[in-house]
Write a protein of this length. Structure first.
Length: 54
């Protein structure tokens, strides 16, 4: 990959480590699952609004 133009351009080599990529996917999904579980255990604000209105 080249970044920049002319003599100031720099070249980079981009690689993919499949093992690291898999671990990243697993970690991201664990974070998403934990956040979803936290959201699922909170009080639904719409039910609170309905209670107050009625």
């Amino acid at each position: 990959m080249r970044v920049g133009k002319g003599k100031a351009a720099q070249r980079y080599i981009v690689t993919v480590n499949e093992t690291e990529a898999k671990m990243d996917r697993v970690n991201r999904q664990a974070i998403i699952d934990e956040l979803q579980a936290q959201l699922d255990t909170r009080i639904n604000p719409m039910k609170v609004v309905e209670f107050v209105i009625h």
